[in-house]
Design a protein around this ligand. Structure first.
Ligand code: ITT
Length: 202
């Protein structure tokens, strides 16, 4: 029997690389938006107030458009001293580049002492099958500390300012493999793999 296709519904290059790595031994044939013919100008709004809400909207909208089993993810950084900001607005927290946005966080936190610089990444994954309308979600959370100055070149987004105390390095100093073993996305994807195998494999 041919392997079932699983669409990874994101255009964020950093996420795609990490998801492909985590699903490299998947039971499914993992495909991207271009491969199922979703045009690059097809945009999905993210109006929800929660990551779960936006992950569900992305999975259902892309899944219906492509007619294919779909995994979408919404993720973000929640900083304790900023009352959980940027949170669901992480990709849109100020204009410019990823670097502009992490520098904005650093400047907002200039006066925050070392023992109050805790933060977490959260990732919510939604899996949607347009044929049966079955929908499942799962989540991963990853705690760390916001550094004073960015360190490292790997990863994407806020990785250069997110420090892992146990590993004594920022996310941006980790290989893809190491980040996958500790991160919010890695945790959510390990749960998603079980859900996919138990509930969506046929
Ligand atoms: P899609 O909606 O196409 O998946 P996006 O970039 O808009 O892509 P999100 O709405 O989920 O994705 O925004 C997540 C943002 O949070 C992302 O742009 C990064 O700035 C940040 N982020 C999420 N996960 C991250 C990670 O593992 N490392 C660093 N930053 C991360």
């Amino acid at each position: 029997m041919p392997t079932r296709k699983l669409l990874i519904a994101t255009r964020n290059r950093g996420k795609i690389d990490e998801i492909l790595f985590a699903l490299r031994d998947s039971l499914f044939e993992v495909v991207g938006l271009d491969e199922v013919g979703v045009p690059s100008d097809f945009e999905v709004e993210e109006p929800a107030m929660t990551m779960e809400g936006n992950a569900i909207i992305k999975a259902m909208t892309y899944g219906r458009k492509a007619g294919c089993l779909t995994l979408a993810e919404d993720a973000g950084l929640e900083v304790d001293a900023l009352d959980g900001r940027p949170g669901v607005l992480s990709a849109r927290y100020g204009p410019g580049t990823d670097e502009d946005r992490y520098r904005q966080i650093l400047s907002e936190m200039e006066a925050v002492p070392a023992d109050k610089r805790g933060a977490q990444f959260r990732a919510v994954i939604a899996i949607y099958d347009p044929r049966t309308e079955k929908l499942r979600t799962c989540e991963g959370i990853y705690r760390g500390v916001i550094v004073l100055e960015p360190i490292g070149e790997n990863g994407f987004g806020y990785d250069p300012i997110f420090y892992n105390v146990e590993r004594n390095k920022t996310n941006a100093q980790m290989t893809k493999e190491e980040k996958n073993s500790v991160s919010h996305r890695g945790m959510a994807l390990r749960k998603a793999k079980i859900i996919l195998a138990e509930e969506f494999y046929e």
